[in-house]
Design a protein around this ligand. Structure first.
Ligand code: 13P
Ligand code: SF4
Length: 367
């Protein structure tokens, strides 16, 4: 069954009764179920989730923290993952067979993860072996499917998150001469640049045309960047930075490394979701910040720091639409299904894929 067919099945769409409940009624019911299930239920939430959901999270974190938390939680029978599909897959692979991982809305995907599929990756690998021989190590951002993580694991590579990308890229160069970095070209480029690799030592692999974009002597290539991006972070532009610089000289600009190289280069600082949160928390009262990351998180930082002037780097920014699929009605629906003994929206990665992907995930978690 295709994903589209699957989503049309009655068990995958929200029952009408949730549309008739008030927010207060839903919140009350979530509280009751959490009490009833106790430690058998664990709700991890990514920082980009909406407030109506995050208020019920047992742990809130960035991708790395949520992977670590999943790997260490052995108690919960049900893990209701408030994040996107690849995060729930990672949680399933890092937990035991007895634990069930549920994604409240199966439509909560990630457009970046969708930019690399296993078929394209196998073609790319074969073509690049012909160009570079056995000199490459694959690294994949955790924002990728379980099948890509498994491919990377089988080929000696590791997963990375935006919090540990520098460490993992350094490690990769102790293993091989070159790296293939999937699927986010911007995180790959920004990380390699910080580590002293010139932009003209980086090539781009186009997975649609199945070809390498590079002009020059191929022996100079150290990093091959998959031509993927985050459709949220790509919306921060050089023009946004110029506008801020023109209008407010005191504003500090901090962005996520999923933003384009030019944007990161012109900012005052950049780092992972956790790094951005920590930087704002530790900054002086009265300081001013323009932040280039997801809008639910920026709004939460604004609420939590009334003593600081905080704005989005792009004044027309929207939240990540797929993260936003997880809302209070879907969360309650997942919890009701558990209590009623049903099985819906379970994320289950097959054993072979899990075993290979764990090689990549564990290489990362060990670093
Ligand atoms: P981090 O949580 O690693 O900062 O990643 C950001 C992101 O886009 C998650 O989808
Ligand atoms: Fe994917 Fe970007 Fe949304 Fe993160 S913010 S889930 S990378 S689309």
């Amino acid at each position: 069954m295709s994903i589209q067919e699957m989503l049309k099945q009655p068990s995958f769409s929200l029952a009408d009764r949730y549309r008739q409940m008030t927010r207060e009624q839903m919140e009350e019911r979530v509280r009751e179920i959490k009490k009833e299930l106790g430690e058998a239920l664990f709700i991890p939430g990514h920082h980009y989730q909406k407030d109506e959901v995050i208020q019920f999270a047992d742990a809130v974190g960035d991708s790395l923290q949520l992977a670590q938390i999943s790997a260490s939680n052995k108690k919960a029978k049900y893990i209701v993952f408030c994040g996107v599909h690849f995060m729930a897959e990672t949680a399933d692979m890092l937990t035991t067979k007895e634990q069930t991982v549920i994604l409240p809305d199966m439509r909560a995907g990630c457009s970046m993860a969708d930019m690399a599929n296993i078929h394209q990756t196998e073609i790319a690998w074969e073509k690049m072996q012909a160009l570079f021989g056995d000199t490459m190590l694959p690294l994949t951002y955790v924002n990728s499917t379980a099948a890509i993580k498994a491919f990377v694991g089988r080929n000696g590579g590791a997963t990375v998150t935006s919090s540990n990308a520098h460490k993992l890229v350094e490690w990769a160069f102790t293993q091989k001469e070159r790296i293939l970095f999937l699927p986010d070209q911007h995180l790959g480029r920004n990380t390699a640049f910080d580590l002293g690799i010139d932009l003209d030592e980086m090539a781009v692999w186009d997975p649609i045309r199945h070809e390498l974009e590079y002009e020059g002597d191929l022996s100079r290539v150290k990093v091959i960047l998959w031509k993927g991006h985050c459709s949220v972070h790509e919306n921060f532009t050089v023009k946004n930075i110029e506008d801020i610089r023109k209008n407010d000289q005191n504003m500090n600009i901090i962005v996520h490394p999923e933003c384009r190289r030019e944007v990161v280069g012109l900012s005052d600082d950049n780092g992972s979701t956790k790094y951005i949160i920590d930087t704002i928390e530790q900054s002086a009262s009265g300081s001013a910040w323009a932040i280039g990351t997801e809008m639910n998180l920026v709004n939460r930082l604004i609420q939590n720091h009334p003593d600081k002037k905080i704005i989005s780097l792009n004044p027309n920014m929207c939240p990540c639409l797929t993260m936003n699929r997880i809302d209070l009605p879907h969360l309650l629906w997942s919890l009701d299904t558990i209590v009623e003994g049903g099985k819906s929206n379970v994320i289950e990665v097959d054993e072979q894929t899990t075993n290979d992907a764990l090689l990549a995930l564990n290489r990362m978690l060990k670093q």
